[in-house]
Design a protein around this ligand. Sequence first.
Ligand code: NIG
Ligand code: FE
Length: 413
Amino acid sequence: MDGNLVIINAGIVTPVGNKPIKGRDMGNLKEITHGALMIENGIITYVGTMDDMPAYPDSFEVIDAAGNCVLPGFIDSHTHLIFGGYRPEEFEWRLKGDTYMSIMERGGGIQSTVNATRNATADELYKKALWFIGKMSEMGVTTVEVKSGYGLDTESELKMLDVINRLESSKDNPVNIISTFLGAHAVPSEYKGKTSEYVDLMIKEMIPTAAGKAKFFDIFTEKNVFEIEDSRKLLRAAKDAGFELKLHADEIVTLGGAELAAEMGAVSADHLLHVSDEGIRAMAEKGVVATLLPLTAFALKEPFAPARKFIEADAAVALATDLNPGSCFSGSIPLTIALACIYMGMSIEETITALTLNGAAACGIADETGSLEVGKRGDVIILAFDTYKSLPYYVGMNCVRTTVSRGRIISNK
Ligand code: NIG
Ligand code: FE
């Protein structure tokens, strides 16, 4: 049930608009001191000063936010939070010098989670996903993009998409869900050495079957996974089937994934640790959101994505966690913020825009959420501190006191 709620005595900070914010404009946030926010039936109906606030019925819930900064809910626009099993042994191998791709090439990595996910029931996957979503909502997340991609056959991918759709419509799940079909996450072991046969299966069977069951199509465009030609074929087929597009691009090596994302009119290209200057220019020109995932770079001990280059090229940057059991077993929004500010050279204001309005844009919902404006969804967070500047300063720690989704309090610590 969508809520009726007012937040009073608030210091409100928000990006503004219905579109991704590009380049240096990402640093411009609107601030209202001694403000108020009203949410009716889950939708924001007033944002402004306390003085001009309209009357509201006694039945509305009231939060006094004196001394607490109020922001839009965070959007985690890239996660793989449905999966069977865990892979702690791989983390340890990497500590000893193994690389992510060498583990994948010898049959571990994504394939290991594929085996566990194929063996898991939909109920087991659903309950596990809910647990992660609960943790994320405590950190202020009100929208989560969730990918399939650990089934890699028609039946198991459908099982994952059903779990995502069940999350989307369930009352147990407090946040907004955006669904992504990632059947092109890897070539499964039964097709090892036969990539083109798996590409054919995807085009003839998996994409048509998944069409209408997810909003986005995503692909791991990477050397020795799906290289540029196969990626282009798959993205075309997915686009023709009605999907909007995302790519895991230039994560491990420079391959031209960013350029392909621009060519295909993708909504976002994600990772981009090894993006070329040409790729940055192409994405900026075509308005592809650059979704950067600093936790993955950190966990893999790889260089961080060149956030400043994207911003200086006037591209829109989003930040997300990439929560998954392999390359990045973390959904930490606080650490994402700290890494973006400390190591990627993003200002605190840019970081907030990247995790709110630009995250919403990466999910194709910038007109519904991502900022505190009349007509948008009542997705709001209240910090435990009076300034948003505490977000990276309190390094890796959770600054969020209260999370509100569609006008309902979903976490209050
Ligand atoms: O975004 N690189 C591809 N996919 C994920 C990792 C998935 C996994 O290791 O299970 C990523 O890093
Ligand atoms: Fe990912």
